[in-house]
Design a protein around this ligand. Structure first.
Ligand code: RB5
Length: 152
């Protein structure tokens, strides 16, 4: 599976750690930057990755900033993106089971590198429950269309 990963300066160290671990496990990891701890603007990095997930060029993505919140705000502006902030192991599981999240957001300042990697592994290895959760996700897609057409 091809997985994209991006961070700002606050998530850079976590990004490098997670990228290396995933590559060692055989994943193809596409690095969207940033490439150092020099201060940058998280919307620039979230948008490049989320755009590729949105148009189907990338199956899944990992976004890391200081809290994970800025990255998730940007990513969820893109159609077909469901980005979830994995602030605990339980939530990492639930964003897969209930939200079918195609992007996981993590906080470089709010969790350790080990916690962040563990949450990525939980998210990657957990399937979508479907059923009533599918109905709810389909409603999000319909809402997206209605908002774009200006009828909501
Ligand atoms: C950068 O200082 C910080 O604001 C950013 O990494 C992120 O936490 C925003 O949500």
């Amino acid at each position: 599976m091809r997985i994209g990963i991006a961070s700002d300066h606050a998530g850079y160290r976590h990004k490098e750690y997670i990228k290396k671990a995933l590559e060692e496990r055989g994943y193809e990891v596409v690095d969207y930057g940033t490439y150092s701890e020099e201060s940058v603007d998280y919307p620039d990095y979230a948008s490049r990755l989320a755009s590729d997930v949105s148009r189907g060029a990338l199956e899944r993505g990992i976004l890391i900033c200081g809290t994970g919140v800025g990255m998730s705000i940007v990513a969820n502006k893109y159609p077909n993106v469901r980005a979830g902030l994995a602030y605990s192991d339980e939530v990492a599981e639930l964003i897969a089971r209930h939200n079918n999240a195609n992007i996981i957001c993590l906080g470089g300042r709010t969790m350790t590198k080990e916690e962040a990697l563990r949450r990525v592994e939980i998210w990657l290895s957990t399937g979508f429950d479907g059923g009533r959760h599918k109905r709810r996700i389909d409603k999000i897609s319909r809402l997206e269309g209605e908002i774009c057409r200006g009828s909501k």
